[in-house]
Design a binder for this molecule. Structure first.
Ligand code: GAL
Length: 418
């Protein structure tokens, strides 16, 4: 009798423990737009990291490079009081969402895991609202890259360009060889990705900061701005007729297959090359966009955390935040994504030469003043301003009638949008 009583007490205890365990595991709904080959692999590594902690992942993927569609869907979900646990929100938009009062304070996780010491200040500042962490940083992408198919260049007798003049010489040679010189997708964030690399290469770092970060009216109306716009428009002559609307990863695929010679794109493109089994230095080449070798346009992916109800959900959300910043995850994720870890002092021995160059240039440009935020990827200006300027730049790209001067006037006007 005594024995049975003891056993049932033990059983009850085990049951309580099991139930407590169950109550602690929670579901995390994560909004992201990582649906291409390399991106999906990277997202899967985040899911696996979370599941290893015993929580479950509810995928909320909204396709569309650059995330415009994802942001539209997010707005309607939050407005209807049904926010996901975490959403891929970046740059000044984090502040915009925090001001709405919908983001959760994750200082306890950040303190326990020493985020302040693990992150460059330029990054932790973006993740905080009024001094408290509301988002967790995932990685650092460099935007000002040029991706090259060396076989295509060989066929065309073209030389890897270091300046915009050389870029057009190479483009001409590729065209003569019957190839598409520049793989492009005509979507406004892709147009602007090209535009900001041209602005940085033609105008230099000071021009870039004054014109596109500080939105200085005089710089936006300067002869340099006119030259930038004219150079940008000339790139279009070397894209193919099917470019309008094309997704960025399909443009990368053209370079992978050797149908096109080059693509101006951030290093998420490398995730596509790697997912296709291609090796840097052999099957593809990464170089800084023409004229931008000493500069670095940064794009930091991050997840903003939304206020949630329910202890299990909150606990799981915090698990996700901690997982994102763990050194193991930071490494695996960036190896798939084409980026570099955002954590300081990470070993780079598993990374390829493009990532190593990115890491070195990030540090060097931070010292020299050449580290600048990407406008195309939501790092520099309020989202409404960014959207208005992007629209004009794409209208200029697509129009046969708008002159560079007209575009300048309209960009200066758009820059006042808040
Ligand atoms: C960027 C984002 C990257 C990348 C790309 C294409 O804005 O930061 O993570 O995936 O868009 O979707």
């Amino acid at each position: 009798m005594q024995q049975i009583k003891l056993q049932s007490t033990r059983l009850a205890g085990a049951l309580v423990l099991a139930l407590t365990g169950l109550a602690q595991a929670g579901e995390v709904e994560v909004l992201h737009y990582w649906t291409s080959g390399g991106e999906a692999k990277a997202a899967a590594s985040l899911k696996a990291t979370l599941q290893a902690k015993g929580d479950s992942w509810k995928d909320f993927a909204v396709a569309g490079g650059g995330g415009d569609s994802a942001m539209t869907v997010l707005k309607s979900r939050v407005v209807s009081g049904n926010a996901p646990a975490a959403a891929q929100i970046k740059g000044p938009s984090i502040q915009e969402w925090a001001r709405e009062g919908v983001l959760a304070n994750i200082d306890d996780v950040a303190k326990a895991e020493k985020w302040d010491e693990a992150l460059p200040k330029v990054v932790s500042d973006i993740m905080k609202y009024k001094g408290s962490y509301v988002a967790a940083p995932v990685n650092v992408h460099r935007v000002n890259w040029l991706w090259i198919n060396p076989e295509a260049f060989k066929k065309a007798g073209a030389k890897v360009p270091a300046s915009w003049d050389e870029f057009f010489v190479a483009a001409e040679a590729l065209k003569k060889a019957g190839l598409t010189p520049v793989a492009h997708g005509g979507q406004n964030w892709q147009d602007f990705t090209t535009f900001e690399s041209v602005a940085l290469g033609v105008g230099g770092v000071d021009f870039y900061k004054k014109a596109l970060v500080q939105l200085d009216p005089a710089t936006l109306a300067s002869p340099t701005m006119e030259k930038v716009l004219a150079t940008f428009k000339k790139v279009k002559d070397y894209t193919d007729k099917n470019a309008p609307g094309r997704d960025w990863n399909l443009a990368t695929a053209m370079v992978i297959k050797g149908e096109a010679g080059m693509q101006l794109m951030g290093d998420w493109a490398k995730g596509e090359f790697v997912a296709a089994g291609k090796q840097p230095g052999k099957d593809f080449v990464c170089v800084a966009a023409p004229g931008t070798a000493a500069a670095y346009t940064f794009n930091i992916d991050s997840f903003a955390m939304f206020k949630l109800k329910g202890d299990d959900k909150v606990k799981a959300q915090k698990n996700l935040a901690a997982a994102i910043m763990s050194p193991e995850f930071q490494e695996t994720f960036s190896l798939n994504k084409g980026s570099i870890p955002v954590r300081l002092n990470m070993k780079m021995d598993k990374f390829d030469d493009c990532a190593k160059a990115s890491g070195k240039d990030f540090v060097a440009s931070a010292k020299s003043g050449g580290l600048v935020p990407s406008i195309a990827h939501g790092m520099a200006v309020p989202s409404a301003t960014e959207g208005a300027i992007k629209d004009v730049v794409s209208q200029f790209w697509n129009s046969d009638k708008m002159s560079a001067k007209d575009a300048m006037t309209r960009i200066a006007q758009a820059a006042k949008t808040r």
